[in-house]
Design a protein around this ligand. Structure first.
Ligand SMILES: Cc1cc2nc3c(=O)[nH]c(=O)nc-3n(C[C@H](O)[C@H](O)[C@H](O)COP(=O)(O)O)c2cc1C
Length: 360
């Protein structure tokens, strides 16, 4: 329960976070790339989908628990991978990790995190996934071994930042450098976190190690070097989903990076069904982008997603209230899911399918 009665929805947290954060930081978190068309579509597309309300169903009790990659989670809303949590709160990723654990869900930590994967895993009381950027096969292999040793439950490779862009237009205009002055804890050679010849400064400047495009061969190679479940993040086309599944990934993660990379892509929810149809028999499918309401989660699951992930919503919780803020955002979404389930006559999120959607 929120101590502040004005915080009753994810949008309330968005407003409170903007009021609290340095406007340059708030712009970095909230904005999309270029004209923000994809960012806006990620939201508005949910409004184009309508639910079917089934009556004569006893909905006195509803279940939101699901399984993802063999772990049971209390609700189908997981923490999306992002770096730099310390920008929003001094406890950084540790606050987010504790909140995810308290809510009984997955924490995904990123290559660019301000706490190392070892620290995050040691703090976690639930599953931790580790997100990788392609900084070279040697770096990937070190990270995979570290994720395994730390006890991570899955590896998530991000496909939709194939080269390092110059930074987003609004951040360039504002002179904002995301990692300036922040620890990139996974590259902290002083603490022995990164035994390869790559320093925090090199990563920060992307001097010697620019991001590289992730080839299908690289995904297949990752498959050969680890038994951990593999997640392919950034898939937007059924054909790519099929090819990634054939290369051995365990989950397809439909994402346009929250509209932060290539502007002009469609909303993730609009491409979900065709991707589910292509691969759901062999893979789990997840979605992120624009999830702000329990009804958005219900729509994504009805279209075949196993789970959704949230980016900005947890950031807003983190900025407003650290661990408690993130935990409350997750709780609000779970309450809303339960409410919507009651409203549409469904007792278990695992039963959601296209019967609960009009015109699907
Ligand atoms: C501030 C910020 C930083 C992000 N950093 C990463 C990252 O390091 N790696 C990654 O794969 N995705 C990153 N993302 C994208 C998220 O994983 C996710 O795809 C996106 O936020 C989902 O959209 P939503 O914010 O509308 O929920 C970042 C997103 C935000 C808002």
């Amino acid at each position: 329960v929120s101590p502040d009665p004005t915080l009753q929805s994810v949008e309330d947290y968005a407003r409170a976070a903007r009021a609290r954060l340095d406007p340059v930081v708030a712009t970095f978190l909230d904005s999309g790339n270029a004209d923000g068309l994809t960012l806006a579509r990620n939201r508005s597309a949910f409004g184009d989908i309508e639910l079917n309300a089934h009556r004569f169903v006893d909905v006195a009790t509803r279940s939101t628990a699901i399984e993802v990659l063999g772990s049971t989670v209390a609700a189908p809303v997981l923490i999306a991978p992002t770096g730099l949590h310390e920008i929003a709160h001094p406890d950084g990723e540790l606050a987010t990790t504790r909140a995810a654990g308290a809510a009984g869900t997955v924490m995904t930590t990123g290559t660019m995190a301000t706490r190392s994967v070892e620290e995050v895993a040691a703090t976690a009381t639930g599953p931790v996934w580790f997100q990788l950027y392609h900084l070279g096969e040697d770096v990937l292999e070190v990270f995979v071994r570290r994720a395994e040793a730390a006890g991570c439950a899955a590896i998530c490779i991000t496909l939709d930042v194939p080269v390092q862009i110059r930074g987003r237009e609004h951040d360039r205009r504002n002179g904002f450098r995301a990692s300036k002055g922040r620890p990139l804890a996974n590259f902290d050679t002083a603490r022995g976190h990164f035994p390869a010849s790559l320093s925090s400064d090199e990563v920060r400047g992307w001097k010697r190690r620019p991001l590289r495009p992730v080839s299908l061969e690289l995904v297949a190679w990752l498959r050969t070097i680890t038994d951990l479940p593999l997640i392919a993040k950034g898939i937007m086309l059924p054909e790519d989903a099929r090819r990634a599944a054939e290369a051995g990934v365990d989950a397809i993660y439909v994402s346009n990076h929250g509209g932060r990379e290539c502007d002009g892509l469609p909303a993730t929810i609009d491409v979900l069904a065709e991707i589910v149809d292509a691969v759901a028999s062999s893979c789990e499918v997840y979605l992120d982008g624009g999830i702000r309401r329990g009804s958005d989660v219900v729509k994504a699951l009805a279209l075949g997603a196993q789970a959704v992930l949230i980016g900005r919503p947890f950031w807003w919780g983190l900025a407003v209230g650290g661990e408690d803020g993130v935990a409350h955002v997750l709780e609000l979404l779970r309450f809303e899911i339960e409410e919507v389930l009651a409203g549409i006559g469904c007792t278990d999120v695992r039963d959601l399918d296209r019967r609960y959607l009009r015109d699907s």
